[in-house]
Write a protein that binds this ligand. Sequence first.
Ligand code: OAD
Length: 357
Amino acid sequence: MNRNVSKDVQNLLDMLEDVTISSNRNTSATSRSPRSGDAGSDTELETICTTIEEVQALFREKKVKNVIVCTGAGISTSAGIPDFRTPGTGLYDNLEKYELPYPEAVFDINYFKNNPGAFYALSTELLPGLYGPTLAHHFIKLLYDEGILLRCYSQNIDGLEGLTGLHPDKLVEAHGSFSASHCTRCRLEIDNEIIFPALRAGTPYKCPECARIGRESYVKPDIVFFGESLPDRFHKLSQTDFKKCDLVIVIGTSLAVYPFAGLPNYVSKECPRLLINRELVGNFRHGRKDNIRDVFYCGNADDGCLLLADAMGKKQTVIDNQKKQADDIKNQNTENQKSSKLPKSDVTTPPSGAKSE
Ligand code: OAD
């Protein structure tokens, strides 16, 4: 599905999903929490899970084995990276200097093709390498280490999930990453050694191959822009993963961008859904009379994740791992700063050349 799918249409689909769940409530059986009355009677399903304490119990009693985590920008704000939509601090409230027609244009493929400058200028702040993973990222790594992480679906382009050492098989970078870059016209791949200096300098990089035949086109990291399709891996894995999932945890996202925002709806009707966020988003039924399996932890991602790590008896492990990595990154950045002050001749010159597909 394309990222420019109308939000209204998706909202409608979510509402239909709601209706389906409601109408199935009295006809479907649940393995984890059987109905309290006889088959066919007009009784409500028993509550599966509606409080954070109940989710903690699932971890304490080792009742979850296939956890899916869906992340957004809110998981990285404690690392110092702003999210997109929080009023005031969010990235989209702070783009005046780029004189965009509307804030999201900075990630719009059609706008980029003619105006790559804004994205390149913004990239100077977005490039991976400056920040370290948060406690919440290390909690996801803990789920992996414990063998109960089915998959982590991330909308983020900061690469922090992977930086914890999470195995790449366990990660779906739904909105792409900076790991490779291509010409938006001929798809020529350009080496990171070439494109990164351009991104760091905020200077749009023209495709040499297109220039050779008299065309003007720019190179873009493989971040999924509005108007582009999500990676095949996202579609392929999401079709099967969510059917197997026994707990989905959604962390730090406004669930405003589809198709990602629809993921929490793909789990079975008996699967508990935990939202760890500063605000209630999506179609989580928290606070509604008919809620039997949605949990909302209203607060910071790190705090919510530590509660779960605590239930697993691993809170201190998460804290130690995060601190150690943060210290390592700080030391590395200090080293890099020192070496960048060396005379030019002592700094390795990046190789030149383009990589063919
Ligand atoms: P948003 O900025 O839309 O949403 C972030 C959510 O996280 C909000 O609901 C915040 O309240 C919440 N939040 C912020 N800090 C938090 C914290 N420390 N703890 C808990 N919650 C916190 O970001 P996304 O949902 O990730 O596309 O945005 C989705 C996509 O929109 C992004 O992938 C991006 C953007 O266009 C790109 O392609 C780059």
